[in-house]
Design a protein around this ligand. Structure first.
Ligand code: NDP
Length: 295
């Protein structure tokens, strides 16, 4: 099919994990012509019933649409899958919404350009059930003109939050947000394990966890100004007290017989913050340790 004759209503999606399926469903509901490809073809069954086409190979998927959305576990899978299909790249825009490092995104953008394709990096910031809802948003980076060309279409998935020309930026923001998610969930599960040692069920602990997030909102309010100005207010709670508190968490975990890896690590960071002279400063001063290279 000639590139000129392809409609802006045609989209190809490569990858039908939970995220790819959610995006495909959203586009079908908006009346787009969808061409799908997935290693496990059976995952396209319901979407085909709803009107999508299943490409027999990746060449067919790349031929069917100018806009090709990629949703795979990581970038290496994309490189492996598409390396024999680069002759189909000319005039295509690849939008990779898979997780990986900023470096991989930069490499992918160069690789795509060397074969005549435009490339946008994206990071979807909601789970599959929230795709295409008012809360959904996606970080993007790469050529702004390319994003503008497809912005209306990409907004079906969620708000397009453009972070800049450097293709790595979307994944830098994405990984930063996952950093918050993974460390937070680890803390919650560690605490759940700790109370579990005295037979407290996770279900009865859950309301305390949910309440805690209200407190976190208050605790984190104003952190931006503190970090930007390197002024960490410790009037109400300072690092000397916090480091002692964190040691108590580590000791209590040890005594209770649960894993101490995380509390020991955090206690170490807090002690290093105090050792750097922040004993009377507030908790956000730990960034002075965290922003140092670990190399
Ligand atoms: P999955 O990891 O379940 O999706 C995997 C997709 O990659 C499937 O299409 C799978 O094919 C394909 N795949 C994996 N390994 C290979 C391989 N070796 N060769 C060919 N295809 C392969 O993830 P999701 O759909 O959940 O997520 C897709 C991306 O979206 C990920 O990068 C994820 O980080 C990101 N994301 C996910 C969110 C979520 O909550 N799920 C939230 C935000 C972003 P097959 O079906 O054949 O296994």
């Amino acid at each position: 099919m000639n590139t000129q004759t392809l409609s802006m209503k045609s989209i190809s999606i490569i990858g039908l994990g939970p995220m790819g399926q959610a995006m495909a469903q959203a586009y079908l509901e908006k009346g787009y012509n969808l061409t799908l490809w997935n290693r496990t073809a059976s995952k396209a069954a319901k979407l085909r019933e709803a009107g999508a086409s299943l490409a027999q190979d990746l060449g067919e998927a790349l031929t069917a649409s100018k806009l090709v959305i990629i949703s795979l576990t990581d970038y290496d899978i994309m490189f492996n899958l598409l390396e024999n299909y680069t002759t189909f790249f000319k005039g295509r825009t690849l939008v990779n919404l898979s997780s990986d490092t900023p470096e991989m995104a930069r490499k992918a953008a160069e690789w795509a350009a060397s074969h005549g394709a435009s490339f946008l990096t994206g990071g979807v910031m909601v789970p599959p059930p929230m795709v295409a809802t008012a809360e959904s948003y996606v970080f993007y980076s790469g050529n702004l003109a390319v994003l503008e060309q497809y912005r209306t279409i990409l907004e079906v998935i969620g708000r397009t939050d453009y972070k800049g020309e450097d293709p790595g930026l979307a994944l830098l923001f994405y990984q930063a947000m996952l950093d918050i998610m993974f460390t937070t969930v680890t803390g919650v599960m560690h605490a759940t394990a700790l109370v579990g040692t005295v037979n407290v069920s996770a279900q009865s602990f859950e309301p305390y966890v949910l309440d805690f997030f209200n407190f976190m909102k208050v605790l984190m309010q104003g952190m931006g100004a503190e970090v930007d100005h390197k002024k960490y207010n410790g009037e109400l709670n300072n690092m000397n007290m916090m480091a002692a508190g964190m040691r108590h968490v580590a000791h209590a975990s040890h005594d209770a017989g649960v894993n101490t890896t995380v509390p020991n690590l955090i206690a170490k960071i807090y002690e290093e913050t105090v050792a750097k002279g922040h004993g009377k400063h507030g908790i956000n001063s730990i960034i002075e340790v965290l922003k140092e290279s670990s190399k």
